[in-house]
Design a protein around this ligand. Structure first.
Ligand code: GSH
Length: 224
């Protein structure tokens, strides 16, 4: 197994993906909390371009970017557990496509919803609905995106299960409703009920004030 370390920040959606994957695989790791305003020398050394968390350090070698780290974890510890990514090449590609859709399209759209005004914000809402609808259809009658158990896409989509709801509450908008997205809503309930998820993700009640403060600071900065 070797020495495994994860650099993260409290309640960070990207490092929580990595931690969830390690927990699901039963890999022990040391967690190193970073301070966003005073990043450690190790973080800057390990991720010199982006200087962001998460960084996974395995036997002294750093790996950056949450999705790349998830694939590394799956490839490195493949013997002892259910794989995170499907084996079939087409399904693997689809899983990677959905992960990219969440990270680029959905998060980009939510940025417009949170920080945009007027038309920009409306565009953000439309784009958000488009991705959520796609994901809702993608679930078909499966319990998880990965089938009967949590897989790669479920871990990436933990952002939707938890952080998305907290952001909605913080900005006072309800975009993901059971009526509009019944399958995705059911998936959120199933996902958040899993022991490993409950034990390792932060409480929504903790996230909402953090986002409220973040949005209030951005509004104040924009108006000053
Ligand atoms: N695409 C990256 C995003 C990582 C990211 O945005 N990390 C944030 C924390 S949630 C960060 O380190 N922010 C600090 C900064 O940018 O200064 C990934 O998937 O790992």
């Amino acid at each position: 197994m070797g020495e495994v370390k994860v650099h993260g920040i409290f309640a960070g959606p990207f490092n929580k993906r990595v931690e969830l994957a390690l927990k699901l695989k039963g890999i022990k790791y040391e967690y190193i909390e970073e301070d966003r305003s005073n990043k450690s020398d190790e973080l800057v050394k390990y991720n010199p371009i982006y200087k962001q968390v998460p960084v996974l350090v395995h036997n002294g070698k750093p790996i950056c970017e949450s999705i790349i780290i998830l694939e590394y974890i799956d490839d490195t510890w493949e013997n002892n557990t259910i794989p995170l990514l499907p084996k079939h090449p087409y399904q693997r590609s689809m899983a990677r496509f959905l992960a990219k859709l969440i990270d680029e399209k959905l998060m980009g759209a939510m940025y417009k919803v949170c920080y945009g005004k007027g038309e920009e914000r409306e565009k953000g809402c439309d784009e958000t609905f488009e991705v959520l609808k796609y994901l809702d259809n993608e679930l078909q009658n499966k319990k998880f995106f990965g089938g009967d158990s949590i897989g790669f896409v479920d871990i990436v989509a933990s952002y939707i299960a938890l952080w998305f709801g907290a952001i909605q509450e913080a900005i006072g908008m309800e975009l993901l409703t059971e009526q509009k997205f019944p399958k995705l809503s059911k998936w959120i309930d199933e996902f958040l009920c899993c022991r490993i998820v409950k034990e390792n993700l932060p409480n929504r009640e903790v996230l909402v004030p953090l986002y409220k403060a973040q949005f209030a600071a951005a509004t104040q900065k924009a108006s000053s």
